[in-house]
Design a protein around this ligand. Structure first.
Ligand code: FAD
Ligand code: UDP
Length: 400
């Protein structure tokens, strides 16, 4: 039996942030991951052609949380990068999120900022309640744009019609009344200059942190004793799938290197809503700025089986998640944090935010546990009634 102050299961954003925070406050931490590397889905590496790639799909960092950006800045320098995405519709490559240029080029119009909303108003289908992802898009831009840009992409990506998915899914993609063709508008949009993996290694580079890879929690849970456990894997797996499996959407990544090709496509990502079995192609050199005579790309093929990548936001899944979440109350000293353990469609920055919050809670609990009983229950160290003799454990009386 090995002993630590904390055991962290999963070395992705959620686990690595908590391990770093707890160690910074003096705790001895063991962090394990069943994969052979740190970084979780944000892991990056150099492929055999020398190009930096993201094996689990493109990861673009963006946040409005300056506390989150400045925290991560302790472990990396940054390269400014604003992601742009084009959607292949018919023979055209059009900006997504939909903006003035998307509409003008698709319908051969010359709208501007003073006329675009009137156009949206003329095509939108007003919905009194926005209950699902179809409602979100149809209510904003009408049926034709919905069918061209959203319906088939969503069916392909999730294996569900937009009407079967929570509104929050399509609401990730705004509709623009201007010409801004950036995918995100967050105040902080940068990539870690030397990659995500280097950033993770620096976070975990602390003598109080032991990192063990290729280790499955369920195989070792009886060999490690820890006062605090942080679990960032799928919540249903933790509870042995006792209420049945929570659906997670998976992907198959098809990586390709194109030698002697300076650039494959004009922007970081091109979406293919209506053609092919893949949803999008990403060319990594746009994201990283790496100079290289060749280029590496990835195609994403959605599938239901495989590693859990996306929680599937819809009411019946949320209800099942809540049943699992109710079980966590009995797991004293276990924190469930992250995209899989909280069954939340979190971006990286949201994982960091949730992990910082969980770290604060654990540290507050540790502090509470280390206080004398009197302080814990808000009692004065001095007896409230004076003049009574107190007896210590050895039975000898001492004056109050
Ligand atoms: P994960 O990264 O999934 O880490 C959990 C870790 O736990 C895994 O490494 C897993 O191996 C390990 N684990 C699970 N079970 C066990 C066990 N039993 N024993 C040991 N280890 C275990 N976010 C953005 O902000 N921007 C993007 O551009 C972006 N693009 C994305 C693209 C794709 C294709 C995907 C799938 C996600 C993307 N995300 C993006 C989201 C981002 O990946 C997540 O928010 C973040 O990586 C989740 O971190 P996490 O630590 O919660 O989970
Ligand atoms: N979406 C779409 N068409 C697009 C882009 C996005 O229908 O061209 C929908 C789709 O349902 C997708 C969701 O919006 O899953 C969120 O898109 P995002 O790019 O945020 O997905 P992620 O990068 O998380 O895979």
């Amino acid at each position: 039996m090995r002993e630590f102050d904390a055991l962290v299961v999963g070395a992705g954003f959620s686990g690595a942030v908590i391990a770093e925070r707890l160690a910074a406050h003096g705790m001895r931490v063991l962090i394990i991951d069943k994969r052979p590397h740190v970084g979780g889905n944000a892991y990056d590496t150099i492929d055999r052609h020398g190009v930096r790639i993201h094996p689990y799909g493109p990861h673009i960092f963006h946040t409005n949380g300056m506390r989150i950006a400045s925290y991560l800045s302790e472990f990396t320098t940054w390269r400014p990068y604003e992601h742009r995405v084009l959607a292949r519709i018919g023979g055209q490559l059009l900006p997504i999120p939909i903006n003035i240029d998307t509409v003008n080029r698709l319908y051969d119009l010359s709208l501007d900022e003073s006329t675009i909303q009137a156009f949206y108003d003329s095509v939108r289908e007003r919905r009194t309640t926005i209950a699902n992802s179809e409602d979100v898009v149809v209510n904003a831009v009408g049926r034709d744009l919905y069918e061209k840009f959203f319906r088939n992409y969503t069916r392909k990506h999730w294996g569900l019609d937009p009407s079967e998915l929570a509104a929050s899914v399509a609401a990730r993609i705004p509709t623009r009344n201007n010409r801004d063709d950036r995918y995100f508008t967050d105040t902080f949009q940068c990539m870690p200059e030397h990659g995500y993996t280097a950033m993770f290694k620096r976070m975990l580079d602390d003598p109080k942190i032991s990192v063990e890879l290729d280790v499955d929690y369920f195989a070792v849970r009886r060999q490690v004793r820890a006062r605090h456990i942080v679990y960032t894997g799928p919540i249903d797996a933790y509870f042995g799938y006792c209420y049945g499996r929570l659906p997670y959407r998976s992907l198959r990544f098809e990586h390709e290197h194109l030698p002697a090709t300076e650039q494959f496509q004009p922007v970081g990502t091109v979406n293919y809503p209506n053609d092919y079995d893949f949803t999008r192609i990403t060319e990594f050199k746009h994201l990283t700025g790496q100079p290289h005579g060749g280029t590496s790309i990835v195609r994403e093929f959605p599938q239901s089986e495989g590693d859990p990548y996306y929680p599937v936001p819809r009411p019946q899944n949320e209800a099942l998640y809540k049943r699992y979440k109710a079980l966590t109350a009995a797991e004293r000293n276990v924190s469930f944090v992250g995209r899989l353990a909280q069954y939340r469609y979190y971006n990286m920055d949201q994982c960091v935010g949730a992990a910082l919050k969980a770290s604060d809670e654990i540290l507050a609990r540790v502090e509470m546990e280390s206080r004398p009983l009197s302080a814990k229950f808000g009692l004065s160290e001095r007896p409230l009634i004076t003049g009574i003799e107190h007896t210590d454990a050895a039975g000898s009386a001492r004056p109050a």
